[in-house]
Design a protein around this ligand. Structure first.
Ligand code: SF4
Length: 290
């Protein structure tokens, strides 16, 4: 059977950069703490733990005084930086430059548009979203794909809409349209009151059309992603849309021989937090399985 790994898969540049920063610090023999899981990928996290990196929670920050702490690509709210400074922590800042730029835009809108509601299309509690909410003193409204979230919006007031970088473009467009409709129904003019800022990362959105084409080309798709990855769920959803024989796995132990029954080809792809080495290992395991 022919097995192909999607050429565009593997880490996005923001995750790659944060991991390279961690590896560089660990190579110098330093102890290193990462604030939260460095990526939503259990196997890659385990690899870095083996190299000596430890994971710390936000609650433990005060106990890390004087120690090196890596901030992951998702970014952090301003209060984390305050606590780092107060506790004399050595910070290695792995915040993705795309996320940092978005944080600045959200902060600017919050400061310059006091009359407006700042809306973030994203997953409540996701670390990147927490970092964005922090730019607005946690006054931003987080709206997901749940219809009930729309109730949080006052359609008669101005809205500045942003997106978490890893959300789906279709979902974002749909939300913008529903806000536009809500404003019209409330007798307000969306052309004046609604500002739509598509801040979805192009590293994710550009993969959409390519992954669909890839999924159509193969009999079976194995999509590799950690369970906590937002873009993983989104990209896997696109595979499933065009190829019913798409399977989501986080480890090669989950592969099942019957998935490949009668198949001539299998495609392997993954989230922006899935390392290439894991997909290569997946390909080897499929060959051994058949
Ligand atoms: S998906 Fe985009 S914004 Fe998010 S870490 Fe990767 S490069 Fe940065």
């Amino acid at each position: 059977m022919q097995i192909e790994i999607e050429a565009r898969s593997g880490f996005c540049f923001g995750v790659k950069r944060a991991i390279e920063m961690a590896e560089a610090a660990l190579r110098q023999g330093e102890e290193l703490y990462c604030l939260g899981a460095i990526v939503h990928n259990e196997e890659e996290t385990a690899r870095l733990h083996q190299m000596g990196m430890e994971e710390a929670t936000h609650r433990q920050l005060e106990a890390l005084s004087g120690k090196p702490v890596l901030l992951r690509a998702h970014g952090e709210p301003p209060e984390t930086y305050d606590r780092i400074q107060e506790n004399d922590i050595q910070v290695i800042d792995g915040t993705c430059p795309v996320v940092r730029k978005l944080q600045k835009r959200v902060r600017k809108a919050f400061e310059e548009r006091p009359e407006a509601q700042i809306l973030i299309y994203g997953k409540k509690g996701h670390p990147e979203v927490v970092g964005l909410e922090g730019q607005t003193a946690f006054q931003a409204i987080v709206v997901g794909d749940d219809d009930g979230d729309l109730k949080k919006i006052d359609f008669q007031r101005a809205v500045v809409l942003f997106s978490q970088t890893t959300m789906s473009q279709e979902g974002f467009r749909d939300l913008a349209e529903r806000i536009r409709q809500g404003m019209k129904e409330a007798g307000a003019d969306p052309d004046h009151l609604l500002s739509v800022n598509d801040t979805i990362c192009r590293q994710v959105s550009r993969r959409g059309p390519a992954i669909k084409e890839f999924a159509q080309k193969h009999d079976v798709i194995i999509f590799v992603s950690g369970l906590g990855s937002s873009n993983g769920r989104y990209l896997y959803g696109l595979c499933k849309e065009v190829n019913q024989r798409s399977f989501l796995v986080s480890s090669e132990k989950e592969l099942k021989k019957e998935w490949f029954s009668g198949a001539q080809s299998a495609g392997i792809s993954g989230a922006t937090s899935t390392p290439l080495w894991q997909m290569e290992r997946m390909a080897e395991t499929i060959k051994e399985l058949l």
